[in-house]
Design a binder for this molecule. Structure first.
Ligand code: SAM
Length: 268
């Protein structure tokens, strides 16, 4: 079992976990098994980002058809290949942000214990890709999970939360103590999953996401103020009337349905 402290320490030897790559290794096999079981589907390949020494990889192989893992660090890449011999595993030594995902045509799952320094760009790359993703399951810092899962009115509610709620059913799968990592980070983590809830329509999404971003442009300003450089007064008046919005409303008070209605009015 790779997810245990004795194995991790012995395999690392003189190497140290590299902060610049956000390296914190999972050392609790029960938790890793639970995450993998939730994340995978035996019919599909799972993409893993940042396999490290392979604690999660090993369990992903147990529940998936095969695993494609993308690792940026050559030391980890070599240790992983020594640690797991399974012909269903492909490991790519590359920064996931540079990975060419157009090679995939089949349905996939994604699972990762994400390096904290690059969590948001990796999630955006996945959300905006053309991949047929059946489920994305990621371990992130607790505060990032809260931000992604934020509801109307909360301080964390943002354009990103609206986009995510438009595309996915978001579920907090479990909270994870900092004690299950080596080295132990300063914050707790959470596992969060995203399951697509609609057919993708890229052309619509582009316009819709741009509108949502515009509405949130300056959080402290009213919706009217954020819209007035983009639309004429007549259009803004129609938005307010047809969507039944109060005069001083701000973007953070609007639901996904409100944004969709505004988009409909603007496009008409
Ligand atoms: N999956 C392992 C585990 O759970 O024990 C390691 C997780 S550790 C939090 C993050 C891993 O991502 C490290 O192995 C790190 O080298 C790798 N990594 C960091 N940035 C990356 C990137 N841009 N692309 C691919 N891998 C990356």
């Amino acid at each position: 079992m790779i997810a245990n402290i004795a194995y991790v320490k012995s395999v690392l030897g003189d190497l140290r976990a590299k902060k610049k790559f956000g390296q914190n290794f999972l050392i609790d096999a029960n938790i890793v098994d639970k995450i993998a079981e939730k994340a995978c589907d035996p019919r599909y390949t799972t993409i893993e980002i940042g396999p490290g020494l392979g604690a999660l990889t090993e369990m992903l192989l147990k529940y998936s058809k095969s695993v494609d893992a993308y690792e940026i660090d050559k030391d980890m890449y070599e240790l992983l290949l020594q640690g797991i011999q399974d012909e269903r595993l492909q490991v790519f030594l590359t920064d996931f942000l540079d990975a060419d995902l157009s090679v995939y045509e089949e349905p996939l799952c994604v699972c990762a214990n994400l390096p904290y320094y690059v969590t948001t760009p990796i999630l955006f790359k996945l959300f905006e890709s053309d991949l047929d993703l059946k489920k994305i399951t990621v371990m992130v810092q607790k505060e990032v999970a809260d931000r992604l899962n934020a509801g109307i009115g909360s301080e964390d509610y943002s354009a990103l939360s609206v986009e995510v709620q438009y595309l996915y059913d978001v579920k907090l799968e479990m909270n994870v103590s900092r004690k299950v990592f080596y080295p132990s980070p300063n914050v707790d983590s959470a596992v969060i999953s995203f399951t697509p809830k609609r057919q993708r329509d890229r052309a619509f999404e582009q316009d819709f996401f741009q509108l949502v971003k515009n509405c949130f442009r300056m959080r402290r300003k009213t919706l009217h103020n954020n819209l007035k450089d983009l639309y004429d007064e007549a259009t803004i008046k129609r938005i307010y009337e047809e969507c039944g919005l109060k005069e001083n409303v701000r973007a953070q008070e609007l639901s996904l349905e409100d944004f969709l209605r505004i988009c409909e009015v603007v496009k008409r």
